[in-house]
Design a protein around this ligand. Structure first.
Ligand code: PGA
Length: 263
C-alpha cells in the first residue's frame, strides 16, 4: 500500500471518539438525564461516545446506560487498596464495570500535583487491569510562547507512557490538551492542533512502529465546541475530542459528536 493510501486506510480504521469530561459538575439527576439522552444517539461501529463522570455516579450510570453509552472514570488510584483516605482505586473502578480511565489531566497535574512519575504508575496499573487509558498531555502557555511546546509534550509521553510495550498501546488513547486552551474559550487553531497531533504520531512511530502509531486514536481537547469541532475533526491526525464545558449540555455535546460524521 502506498503511503497516502495507507494513511487513508488507518484514518478510517481508527475510532472516532467524542469524550465528555464532566469534571466535578452536574447534580445526580442532571447526570442521569444527560446520559439518558446520550444513550439514544445512534453510533456507527467506528464511533464512540464516552462520558467521564464523577466516581460517585459511575455504578448507576453503568448499570442503567452502560450498554449504549460508554462511561469512564476521571481518575483512579494505582494501589488496589489501602490507607488512602478519600481515594478510589482503579481496581475498585474495574469491579463496578468501568473500562476507561482518564490519566494525567492537566487539572490533576496542576491542582493535585500528579507528577510524571506518579502518572507512569497509574498508566501501568490501568493497563494491567485491562482498562483503556485516555492519557492527557499538553503544554502550558509559557512553554508554547517560548516555543517549547513540542518538547513539553514529548517529555510527558516519555516519562509516563512510553515505558509500556507495543502490544499494550492498543489500550491507549492520547488526548492533546494545551493547558492555555482548557476552560478558557481559547482554542488551538486547527493548524496548531494538527501540527501537535502529527508530532505525537511521529513520536509513537519513533518509539514503537508506524503500525502502532497509526492505530492510536488522538483526541483534541481545550474549548472544543460545536462551532470549531468540524474544522478540528477534519484534520488527518485528529480522531475526536475530549470535551469539558460543552459536554455538560446534551445539545452541544451531541452536535460535537455529529461533527465526527462529516469529518
Ligand atoms: P474544556 O475542557 O473543553 O472546558 O476546555 C477540556 C478538558 O479539560 O478536558
Amino acid at each position: 500500500m502506498g503511503l497516502v493510501k495507507q494513511k487513508h486506510f488507518y484514518n478510517r480504521m481508527r475510532k472516532k471518539i467524542t469524550a465528555g469530561n464532566w469534571k466535578m459538575n452536574l447534580s445526580y439527576s442532571e447526570a442521569t438525564n444527560l446520559v439518558k439522552e446520550l444513550a439514544q444517539v445512534k453510533q456507527e461501529d467506528n464511533e464512540e461516545i464516552i462520558v467521564f463522570a464523577p466516581s460517585i455516579y459511575l455504578k448507576t450510570l453503568i448499570d442503567q446506560y452502560g450498554k449504549t453509552c460508554t462511561i469512564g472514570a476521571q481518575n483512579g488510584h494505582q494501589e488496589d487498596s489501602g490507607a488512602f483516605t478519600g481515594e478510589v482505586s482503579m481496581f475498585q473502578l474495574k469491579e463496578i464495570g468501568v473500562t476507561r480511565v482518564l490519566i494525567g489531566h492537566s487539572e490533576r497535574r496542576a491542582i493535585f500535583k500528579e507528577s510524571n512519575d506518579l502518572l507512569k504508575k497509574k498508566v501501568t496499573k490501568a493497563l494491567e487491569l485491562g482498562l483503556t487509558v485516555f492519557f492527557c498531555c499538553g503544554e502550558q502557555l509559557e512553554q508554547r510562547e517560548s516555543n517549547n511546546h513540542f518538547d513539553a509534550v514529548a517529555q510527558q509521553l516519555e516519562e509516563s507512557l512510553f515505558h509500556i510495550d507495543a502490544t499494550r498501546m492498543s489500550q491507549v488513547v492520547i488526548a492533546y490538551e494545551p493547558v492555555w486552551a482548557i476552560g478558557t474559550g481559547k482554542t488551538a487553531s486547527a493548524q496548531q492542533a494538527e501540527e501537535m497531533h502529527h508530532y505525537i504520531r511521529e513520536q509513537l512511530t519513533r518509539q514503537y512502529s508506524n503500525e502502532v502509531a497509526q492505530n492510536v486514536p488522538l483526541l483534541y481537547g481545550g474549548s472544543c465546541n460545536p462551532t470549531n469541532a468540524p474544522e478540528l475533526f477534519a484534520q488527518p491526525n485528529i480522531d475526536g475530542g475530549l470535551i469539558g464545558g460543552a459536554s455538560l449540555s446534551s445539545i452541544d455535546f451531541i452536535a460535537i459528536s455529529e461533527a465526527q460524521k462529516i469529518s
